[in-house]
Design a protein. Structure first.
Length: 625
């Protein structure tokens, strides 16, 4: 019996020691809670006093107090306004008592969560961006790495990992110091106090104001939406900078079906997480209204999309005539012929086009057609994430905003009247800065010409007796053909053949080539010129190739003027008014373009003598080329 008593004595002593330690631990926890409450009370009084009497505080005292309270406030803010219960380990409490804690740069915080919660998120009031996660050797649970994303200038990092002893406890370790105020203080404190606590330069202040004053979304969708929540924690979905090139496995050359034939970016194992939150655009469709002229001026927008969203695949939906333009654009994947301006489309064609666009899984759809409720419904049925379009500037736009993500309202009902910069609102929206992505500037108009088209055109002008680099193009002969390629914003842009005949007589050094849009115009030209060089061209690609091999262009406000500027060829442009000339050919001198306008506002009344004088100057300048 005595043996059993001897064995029980150590056990009893251990139990007593455990009870004593538990009681002491409980007492220390109570003392710590009292200290924390006193600290919070003193801090609130101090903040109130500083906000009311900012002039009584010297710079040295403010700097010293902010240094002392900086690291402590990080720990005290952890569960402000949250329902989670947290506690600080004994080591951190001991450090808070001495000078070492004030200078510590790596405070550690413990937060208790529910057992069913598997996330690694510690809500401390700041915005964090998750940039990595891995499993360490000393802990079987993964460790998540975060960086403060409230301001671009902040360098604070945070590591979050579950405790080995208790899975319901998250251990958060902070590195660095926040160089911006707590988000809750931006609205709680007064203006003078904000200047004391936020000694930022002008550039940093602009960054903070840009974050707090986000643009409101489409008011049609939610009139009470004030934008994004500044306290939202995006985690791993929040990524700064441009999107990366779309990862996709290569096709198998030995398999006639290929390896991956479904749309890139939609394979679960390859698609990046920020696809929706950051606004990545992998597939984009552009519905372009108008003819050749309007589609040609849309080229800078396509280049802007390629620059802004690397790896994006761009498809075009345009009228049959406008579709021809995209043989000069290498950035376009598919160009589909469908006239968006048709007021009464065939039901079969309409439904077929909706199904085609829906099955391509577009992230963004852009439309230059002025949208009412009908066209907005057409874009809505494509199921694209972002539906962006111009809308009517009058009552016809009612209801369209409910089905669109972003809308632009032009000044007039005819968008083409804006001239060269007719899509400036869309370009400004696409090029706006966003999350470490700077503003993108619209590139000038450029076109590319294939070798096959060049060979076909060379054969055409060789048949009429012209040589490369020794002829001048005359474009803009009056005709009722749609192949005239004039702008919808300037219908008075064609001249009768008798006026062109008088102008062509002044061309001496080079062979004038008349470009006709229809074969029926050949007789009219031959009536004034028996041995005239006439080339029949109806597509913008062939016209661009013809201009590329010429020494210059004399034309009215047709596509020929824009193509000459795009290929850096000298040109003489004839306009009905000076106002239209400034809109369609801005910075004409830099583009080697001589602009001649009519004084009466009608193109037929243009001063032919002024054109002849310009042709002489034109001839002299081309002779030295």
């Amino acid at each position: 019996m005595s043996k059993f008593l001897v064995k029980e004595e150590p056990t009893i002593e251990l139990e007593l020691e455990l009870k004593r330690a538990s009681a002491e631990n409980k007492k220390l926890m109570e003392m710590l809670s009292v200290v924390c409450e006193n600290y919070n009370s003193l801090k609130s009084h101090l903040m109130e006093y500083m906000s009311k009497n900012p002039e009584k505080l010297s710079p040295s005292s403010k700097k010293r107090k902010s240094k002392i309270s900086n690291n402590i406030s990080k720990i005290m803010r952890i569960n402000n306004g949250n329902s989670q219960s947290s506690y600080i380990d004994e080591e951190s409490c001991k450090k808070l008592r001495g000078e070492e804690t004030i200078k510590a740069k790596i405070p550690r915080v413990y937060v208790r969560t529910e057992a069913s919660d598997t996330s690694l998120i510690v809500k401390d009031g700041y915005q964090w961006r998750k940039y990595g996660q891995k499993v360490t050797r000393d802990n079987p649970f993964p460790r998540a790495y975060f960086k403060c994303s409230f301001a671009p200038i902040c360098i604070v990092k945070k590591k979050v990992q579950r405790s080995v002893d208790d899975q319901s406890i998250l251990v958060a370790t902070y590195e660095g110091e926040h160089n911006h105020p707590h988000p809750s203080q931006l609205e709680a404190t007064s203006a003078p106090f904000q200047h004391q606590q936020l000694p930022l330069n002008s550039k940093q202040k602009n960054n903070v104001s840009h974050i707090t004053n986000l643009k409101k979304k489409n008011p049609w969708l939610d009139p009470f939406d004030d934008g994004e929540d500044p306290e939202m924690e995006y985690g791993s979905l929040f990524v700064d900078g441009k999107q990366e090139e779309d990862p996709r496995l290569p096709d198998d050359p030995n398999n006639r079906f290929g390896y991956l034939k479904f749309p890139a970016g939609y394979s679960v194992e390859l698609a990046s997480l920020p696809l929706k939150v950051r606004g990545d655009v992998r597939n984009c469709c552009c519905v372009v209204s108008g003819g050749v002229y309007e589609n040609l001026l849309f080229f800078p927008i396509i280049q802007l999309l390629k620059d802004r969203y690397p790896g994006v695949k761009i498809d075009i939906v345009a009228s049959p005539r406008g579709k021809q333009t995209y043989e000069m654009n290498k950035n376009v994947r598919y160009a589909t012929a469908y006239d968006p301006d048709d007021q009464l489309p065939e039901p079969a064609e309409y439904t077929d086009m909706v199904g085609l666009l829906k099955n391509r899984y577009y992230d963004m759809v852009l439309s230059t057609k002025l949208a009412g409720l009908g066209h907005a419904a057409f874009l809505f049925m494509t199921t694209a994430r972002d539906r962006v379009s111009y809308v009517y500037p009058n009552v016809n736009a009612a209801g369209a905003g409910l089905l669109l993500s972003e809308t632009f309202t032009p000044d007039t009902l005819n968008l083409s009247e804006g001239g060269y910069n007719m899509y400036h609102q869309m370009a400004e929206w696409l090029g706006k800065p966003f999350r470490d992505v700077p503003r993108h500037i619209v590139s000038p108009l450029r076109v590319s010409i294939s070798k096959k088209v060049k060979e076909v055109v060379k054969e055409k002008y060789t048949k009429v007796g012209a040589e490369k680099g020794k002829y001048v193009i005359i474009h803009g002969i009056e005709s009722d053909s749609k192949a005239s390629m004039q702008s919808r914003g300037d219908l008075d842009s064609l001249l009768p053949i008798e006026v062109w005949a008088e102008i062509a007589d002044s061309i001496r050094e080079f062979t004038p080539i008349f470009v006709i849009p229809h074969e029926k115009e050949r007789e009219n030209v031959e009536e004034y010129f028996e041995d005239a060089s006439i080339v029949f061209i109806t597509t913008p690609g062939q016209l661009a190739a013809l201009i590329n091999d010429s020494v210059g262009v004399i034309a009215t406000n047709t596509v020929a003027v824009q193509l000459a500027n795009a290929r850096d060829k000298p040109s003489i442009a004839l306009f009905s008014s000076e106002e239209k000339a400034k809109k369609f050919v801005p910075e004409a001198e830099e583009k080697k373009c001589i602009v001649i306008t009519s004084k009466t506002g009608k193109l037929i009344d243009i001063d032919v003598e002024a054109v002849k004088n310009a042709v002489q100057t034109f001839n002299v300048s081309l002779a030295f080329v």
